[in-house]
Design a protein around this ligand. Structure first.
Ligand SMILES: NC(=O)c1ccc[n+]([C@@H]2O[C@H](COP(=O)([O-])OP(=O)(O)OC[C@H]3O[C@@H](n4cnc5c(N)ncnc54)[C@H](OP(=O)(O)O)[C@@H]3O)[C@@H](O)[C@H]2O)c1
Length: 347
């Protein structure tokens, strides 16, 4: 078992090349070993609608070197006809002897059927290799499939005392170049970036990304701002009598964050990256809507009670009522750090 972990780790790294391009599909990569355990091919799912990882890797092999070999893949091979034919069938056809898998597919139309098909055809299947890491890699897909809900990642850039701006709203720049560059990279891996009228009016950010969501209950933001110049934009508003928007803008009638997320999911937005201030961050936290936090921390202290905090609005006296998170990683982005955390189920 141990010897397959290094290959599985490599699969995770290769699969990440699909980040930002495969939604609503999972991130998957595959390694093919010949019967002497030499790597003879690799493949990955690089774009929604294109070949799955197993097909990508196997179709690169023309001389039958894979016969009797092993295929390593981070997700159970599919057993159904989707945009491409079943990968399990191709594995059987190509004469592989062994398949090593990190996790079963949570998609109910696969869920164990791919594994069964392989076993029924005499292929040895080794399961659960680095399962926890595989689940982390596909956390968006897993939430989408099992809960039928959007995945919410929240980014915040704070000082050591948890402030995101001074009391006058000055926030440029809390973190340095490296951290901001990383923030831009993270933006691209989610389907859409969500922000608020308060943040757009304070910062006039461009947010270069395909899809944007703006919470602007009373339509305070002027469409001539830079923010509106690129991408498809959903504006969530409570106003009923709405003007005709420019082509790239669509209004969503909005009552609360939970139903807004439901509406966005129904529009095919599988994940959202929140870049807003303490008000919306606090509301999302209170409603247990945050799955993941990227917190950039600069080694600075504002030290002013009235400065804006990253998460506002809670009024608790019992420390046990804090929202809990698990640290997934800590990255040094000289001179700042990035802590990535996932939500622990709160009551
Ligand atoms: N350092 C960072 O990571 C970072 C990131 C983003 C922003 N910022 C800074 O954060 C500051 C803005 O933070 P903020 O806390 O003022 O604003 P915010 O959290 O970005 O947004 C607050 C806005 O949300 C809307 N809203 C929707 N539902 C609401 C509700 N139930 N209750 C209250 N408001 C609701 C309100 O706008 P409407 O009334 O118009 O709907 C309100 O003005 C800016 O200075 C910006 O520079 C920092």
């Amino acid at each position: 078992m141990k010897s397959y972990e290094k290959y599985m780790q490599k699969c995770f790294e290769i699969a990440k090349q699909g980040l930002g391009n495969v939604s609503p599909n999972p991130l998957v990569a595959c390694i093919v070993l010949d019967k002497n355990d030499n790597i003879i091919s690799t493949g990955y799912h690089y774009k929604y609608g294109e070949n799955h990882a197993e097909r990508d890797a196997l179709l690169k092999l023309k001389n039958g070197e894979e016969v009797g070999g092993t295929l390593i893949v981070n997700l159970e091979p599919c057993s159904h006809y989707g945009k491409t034919p079943p990968c399990a069938d191709l594995i059987i056809e190509r004469g592989l002897k062994k398949v090593v898998i990190a996790m079963q597919d949570v998609n109910p139309i696969v869920a164990g059927n791919g594994i069964k098909k392989l076993k029924d055809n005499g292929i040895e299947v080794i399961e659960n290799v680095l399962k926890e890491q595989a689940e982390e890699l596909n956390e968006v897909f897993i939430k989408n499939m099992t809960k039928k809900e959007i995945f919410v990642a929240l980014k915040t850039a704070t000082t050591l005392d948890g402030k995101i701006a001074t009391k006058t709203g000055a926030s440029k720049w809390i973190t340095s170049e490296n951290a901001r560059k990383k923030g831009h990279e993270l933006r691209k891996i989610y389907d859409a970036v969500l922000t608020t009228s308060a943040t757009v009016l304070a910062d006039n950010p461009k947010f270069e990304c395909k899809t944007k969501i703006l919470i602007d209950r009373y339509l305070k933001c002027d469409f001539s701002l830079d923010y509106f110049k690129t991408g498809k934009i959903y504006v969530a508003t409570t106003i009923k009598d709405l003007p005709t928007p420019p082509n790239n803008i669509e209004f969503i009638e909005y009552s609360n964050l939970k139903t807004l997320f439901k509406q966005l999911f129904e529009k095919g937005i599988m994940s959202v990256f929140v870049e807003a201030g303490g008000t919306i961050n606090g509301l999302l936290l209170e409603e247990n809507l945050v799955d993941k936090i990227y917190q950039f921390i600069a080694p600075k202290i504002i030290g002013d009670n009235s400065a804006k905090s990253a998460f506002d609005g809670r009024n608790i006296t019992d420390i046990n009522k804090s929202k809990n998170f698990k640290i997934q990683s800590v990255e040094n982005l000289e001179p700042d750090i990035l802590i990535t955390l996932k939500a622990v189920q709160n009551d």
